[in-house]
Design a protein around this ligand. Structure first.
Ligand code: PDD
Length: 288
């Protein structure tokens, strides 16, 4: 079925959506984006996605009112028949707009380009989840503002391609000997019963799922530490897992070809995934 996308105030078939060759998103990656999940038609923590986009737009000095975001998200779900889908995601990108190419901002006022689409997210079967996945480590080659969700994702693209070529699910980005996050998700490690993840600094994206999982861990009484994880320490972790909107919680049972812990999905990842599934269901019913 042809999907319906949103472009500059209009909903239209994806094959009819066109942007200018002078769009600064196309030329420079001069843009921010969000990916927000909905569970059977109800968005999960959309306010956080909206806040993060507002922060990004502010940092890039792009003038767009995020108050439009929830309406576009609802419109995309409805027009693509996704209201009943178990999980769907909406992608929304705002670029600085169309102007003759100059590195500095265009001198006159420019209308930001706003593009969005929605699609179903297929969660792996629980039996598959229980087998876990593999990951590799790669050098982090990103700029110093990894906390901004810009579309300048080439280092992330190269990292994920390295993972694909190694036939693994995820790439751990390593900088100065510390394991920061994944190419498109946040990284958690478990040492004994302690859940550890990198602090929400400029070196990682402040994931909405990361924040939720930290809340779940603390709520379950697990010891939690937000601190940098040396790669050497990560190699000896009892458990490793990734979190993100298009990842939910994905356990890693093999890192760089070696087993993580006992090489099986661990009890902490399992308990947190169960709590995650219960938490999104509770939020959907309006109790969360
Ligand atoms: N990626 N870290 C990076 C580098 C990311 O790109 C993402 C999200 C996350 C997780 O953030 P959240 O939990 O808010 O989804 C962490 C999105 C899904 C993407 O680029 O498609």
């Amino acid at each position: 079925m042809e999907s319906t996308v949103f472009l500059d105030g209009e909903y239209l078939p994806s094959d009819q959506a066109r942007i200018s060759v002078e769009d600064r998103g196309f030329l420079f990656g001069d843009a921010v984006y969000e990916v927000s999940p909905a569970y059977r038609g109800t968005f999960f923590r959309l306010d956080r996605h909206l806040d993060r986009m507002r922060r990004g737009l502010g940092a890039l000095q792009i003038d767009w009112d995020v108050a439009e975001l929830p309406g576009i998200h609802e419109g995309l779900l409805a027009r693509n028949g996704l209201d009943a889908a178990e999980v769907s995601i909406v992608y929304l990108q705002v670029t600085r707009g169309v102007a003759p190419r100059t590195h500095h901002f265009p001198p006159g006022p420019v209308r930001p380009t706003v593009f969005g689409y929605a699609k179903e997210f297929l969660r792996p079967a629980r039996e598959r989840w229980e087998e876990g996945w593999a990951a590799i480590t790669v050098p982090d080659q990103r700029w110093a503002r990894a906390d901004l969700k810009t579309t300048c994702l080439l280092p992330n693209v190269l990292a994920q391609e390295a993972a694909r070529r190694s036939d693994v699910a995820d790439a751990v980005l390593v900088r100065d000997g510390f394991a920061l996050e994944g190419a498109h998700n946040n990284l958690f490690a478990v040492f004994g019963d302690t859940v550890v993840t990198h602090p929400a600094s400029n070196q990682i994206l402040h994931g909405i799922t990361r924040e939720f999982v930290l809340e779940l861990a603390r709520g379950a009484g697990m010891p939690v530490e937000e601190r940098p994880i040396p790669l050497e320490e990560l190699s000896g972790a009892d458990e490793i897992f990734f979190t993100g909107t298009t990842t939910e919680i994905r356990p890693t049972v093999e890192l760089d070809g070696l087993p993580v812990g006992e090489g099986r999905v661990g009890p902490v990842a399992r308990a947190l995934f169960d709590a995650f599934l219960a938490g999104v269901e509770q939020a959907r019913r309006g109790q969360g």
